[in-house]
Structure formats: structure tokens, C-alpha cells
Design a protein around this ligand. Structure first.
Ligand SMILES: Cc1ncc(COP(=O)(O)O)c(C=O)c1O
Length: 424
């Protein structure tokens, strides 16, 4: 098997049935964007749907709530339903609402109901810090000291988790397990089906933070009987900075209702009765609290057109081909430069990005940025590189590794300070 070359990249692009989608995005000339796992790029479709929303506000004013196309009153349900097939949910099991972390709080308020016998939450030490802050503060507010009631599964290597360690860490006191679908640093994909059935067998509930997998990996939330999930849409789904999050509540739990109620969680038919007693919506819509953030949801309408056209199965296939290509180029072309790939190689165990570890990661990251590459850095030693199936090319990946090779061969990173910015 020969080494990969620029020609390999070009021929992969030529045979790529999704390559035409790149033209629908604002790719900046001279820039190689590899940070779609933090903030996806703007598509022309998303721009159009945002402008459409502004125009409706301009022309309809308050009437947009019922006369908008689609009516704003149903937008959070409507745009979530359009994501249902991406995550394997039924349409009434999802709704868009607020930010990811707020949704975790809202879901905990329903799913963490400690009893005399079961009162612990199980998490892992590699989950995103905001999830830890949310769970700890939630427990605190319930009068349960997180040092006692929050059990943390350690990682054996600081990068990945063993599903068996998670399952073995459960005790007969575990009420709830909260895990990431894909780990934000290493990009490991956990076996959600295995974990969900093991957690249920032990009589507990399970929820997933799918921020790093929604829009890049097909999920089966309903069929796998995941109890709840939540994700942000500004990463792989390209909804824009601070784009509204989406949550999933399995239909078997809809009767539980929200713990943090607000008027947008009302049954739509009753919301404007202005009753002082709360009648929850019969679906996941009940977990909304206040007025939906229309302008922060609007770009997703256009963005979802692209997902519907491309299909999540094809997007996943291309994403795996791209991360596979990137890892092989790193192996072949950067072998002498002491990089470690922290992402599992097995395609069933990795998400949409590659975590490149190096002792000089901060300075290498700066050198990449100075040469028009947009990666991201995660403390202390990880450069995350996410080739996006919708708008990156195999040739982009080739040039990225070429630039990286030049930086390493000539030790160009030494010209940069070993100092990270406040957003890194
Ligand atoms: C895995 C994960 N969970 C939660 C969050 C927090 O999301 P939000 O700022 O929307 O609350 C992020 C943000 O990047 C994330 O990557």
C-alpha cells in the first residue's frame, strides 16, 4: 500500500458525492477551517433563513407568532422535529430550548428524584466541565453534598473511558447516570446502546450529552430507550454562535413533566388561557421554560435543509473517511515529530474530530493559526482537528498536514509564546 499524496486527496474529492455542499458555505479564501466541532461555519441556507426571520419580524411584528412561515409559536417544536431523524427520536420526544447547560438543569429537575435507597449520580471525569458544574450545583441545591452523592468514574489513561468501568462503578444507590456520547477532548464515542441497557438492567436512568455527536453520528435514542439527552446545535449543526440547544425526553417519561416549569412548557392549546395552574404540554415541549430565542434558532432552519439533502448516514461515512485520512497522513508524514493521536482508531469508537497531542501543542496551535488554519486547542496538550463532511475537502486535510509538517520540520512553533488566549 503506497503512501497517500495530494493526488490521493484530489481523487477522494472527485469521487465524493457530498462535495458540492461546500459551495453552500462561507469558506474564507486562504483559510482552512477545522473547528466545526466548536462552531460550525455559516451556510448560505442558514443566512437565508435568518434573514427570513428578520423580514418576518420587520413586516409581521407580533403577528409573526401565528402568521410566520412557519409560525414562531411552534418553531421550537418544528425545528426539533426536523432533527428527530438525525438522532433517532420520535418528533414529539424533542424540543429546542435555551442552552445546553440550562437543558441539563431542566432535565435533572425531572430525572434526579432521590429516594431513601437510590440517591447517587454517576458521571465520568472526562465529561465537559459545564456538566459537572451543573450536576454539582443541582445536588447542592437539593441538600446533597456532591462529595457524597456524585460518583465519578476515572479514566485509565486520561483520554478514554472503558464502558465496563462505568458499568462496574454503578452501585445499588445509583439513581442516574450522565455521560457524554462523544468525549470532547479525545473524540471517543461511547457505546450508548450497551451502556443504556446495562444502566436499565441495574434499575437506574441514563442521560447523554450529545453535543459532540449530534449532526455527525446517527443515533437511535428512541429505540435504544435512552431516558434523556441534550445537545448544542452550533457545532456540527451549524446554527451559529449561541444557537439554541435541543433536548430529548423519551416518550415513556413524558408523564413525569418538567421540574422547572414555565409558560412555554404549557399545552399549546391552553398557554394563552393564562391559568395560574400549569397544564404541561403532552410532549417534550413541556421542558421549555420561557419564550424561545427566535433569532438564535432561525439559522438552523436553513442549515437543516442541508442535513436533509445529504443524509446523516452519508455524512457519517464521509466524516469517518476524512478523520481516517487525517490520521493516516499524520502517521505517514509526521512520524518523527512525537505526536500522539488520542482518538480511538476504531471507526465504531470515534466521533467527528481527531485529537492530536503534543507537549508543544500551544505553540504549534499558534503557528497553525498564523498560517490560516483554524484548529482548536484544549488544555494542556491537545489540538483538535475536525474535518466537516459538509464543507471540508480531502485536499483541505492534505494542506493542513503539509502546513503542520513545515511547522514541525523547521521548528517554526518556537517563534510563538507558550501562552493560550482566554478562549482556547
Ligand atoms: C460537551 C459539551 N457540553 C456542554 C457544553 C455547554 O454548552 P452551552 O454553552 O450551550 O451550555 C459544551 C460547549 O461547548 C460542550 O462541548
Amino acid at each position: 500500500m503506497g503512501h497517500y499524496s495530494l493526488e490521493t486527496a484530489r481523487s477522494l474529492d472527485q469521487s465524493d458525492s457530498l462535495s458540492h455542499f461546500a459551495d453552500r458555505f462561507y469558506r474564507q479564501p486562504g483559510q482552512l477551517y477545522f473547528d466545526g466541532n466548536s462552531l460550525g461555519l455559516l451556510s448560505k441556507d442558514a443566512e437565508k433563513s435568518l434573514l427570513h426571520m428578520l423580514d418576518e419580524w420587520k413586516t409581521l411584528g407580533i403577528n409573526g407568532w401565528m402568521q410566520g412561515d412557519p409560525p414562531w409559536f411552534y418553531m421550537a417544536e418544528h425545528l426539533a422535529a426536523r432533527q428527530a431523524s438525525l438522532v433517532g427520536a420520535l418528533e414529539h420526544e424533542v424540543v429546542m430550548h435555551s442552552s445546553t447547560t440550562v437543558n441539563l438543569h431542566a432535565l435533572l429537575s425531572t430525572f434526579y428524584k432521590p429516594t431513601r435507597y437510590r440517591d447517587e449520580i454517576l458521571m465520568d471525569e472526562l465529561n465537559f466541565p459545564s456538566d459537572h458544574y451543573a450536576v454539582s450545583s443541582f445536588l447542592d441545591r437539593m441538600g446533597k453534598d456532591p462529595d457524597t452523592y456524585l460518583r465519578i468514574v476515572p479514566s485509565r489513561n486520561g483520554r478514554t473511558l472503558e464502558e465496563s468501568d462505568i458499568i462496574n462503578a454503578m452501585t445499588n444507590r445509583t439513581a442516574l447516570v450522565l455521560l457524554p456520547s462523544v468525549l470532547y477532548r479525545s473524540g471517543q464515542l461511547l457505546d450508548m446502546a450497551l451502556l443504556t441497557s446495562a444502566v436499565h438492567e441495574k434499575g437506574s436512568l441514563i442521560g447523554f450529552d450529545m453535543s459532540h455527536s449530534a449532526g455527525t453520528i446517527p443515533h437511535h435514542l428512541h429505540d435504544q430507550q435512552v431516558d434523556f439527552a441534550f445537545w448544542c446545535t452550533y457545532k456540527y449543526m451549524n446554527s451559529g454562535p449561541g444557537g439554541v440547544s435541543t433536548l430529548f425526553v423519551h416518550e415513556q417519561h413524558h408523564h413525569l413533566g418538567p421540574g422547572l416549569a414555565g409558560w412555554f412548557g404549557c399545552d399549546k392549546k391552553k398557554q394563552f388561557d393564562m391559568d395560574l395552574s400549569f397544564t404541561p404540554s403532552p410532549c417534550a415541549g413541556a421542558w421549555q421554560i420561557g419564550t424561545p430565542h427566535m433569532l438564535s434558532m432561525a439559522p438552523l432552519a436553513g442549515s437543516l435543509d442541508l442535513f436533509e439533502e445529504a443524509g446523516i448516514i452519508s455524512l457519517r461515512q464521509k466524516s469517518l473517511a476524512m478523520t481516517g485520512f487525517l490520521m493516516r497522513l499524520i502517521d505517514e508524514r509526521l512520524a518523527d515529530h512525537h505526536f500522539t493521536i488520542g482518538t480511538p482508531r476504531d471507526s465504531g469508537r470515534r466521533g467527528g474530530h481527531v485529537a492530536l497531542e503534543h507537549d508543544e501543542a500551544v505553540r504549534i496551535n499558534e503557528a497553525l493559526k498564523a498560517r490560516g488554519v483554524i484548529p482548536d486547542f484544549r488544555y494542556p496538550n491537545i489540538i483538535r482537528l475536525a474535518p466537516m463532511a459538509l464543507y471540508n475537502t480531502f485536499e483541505d486535510i492534505w494542506h493542513l498536514v503539509d502546513i503542520l509538517k513545515e511547522i514541525m520540520d523547521n521548528r517554526l512553533y518556537e517563534q510563538y509564546e507558550n501562552k493560550r488566549g482566554p478562549v482556547a
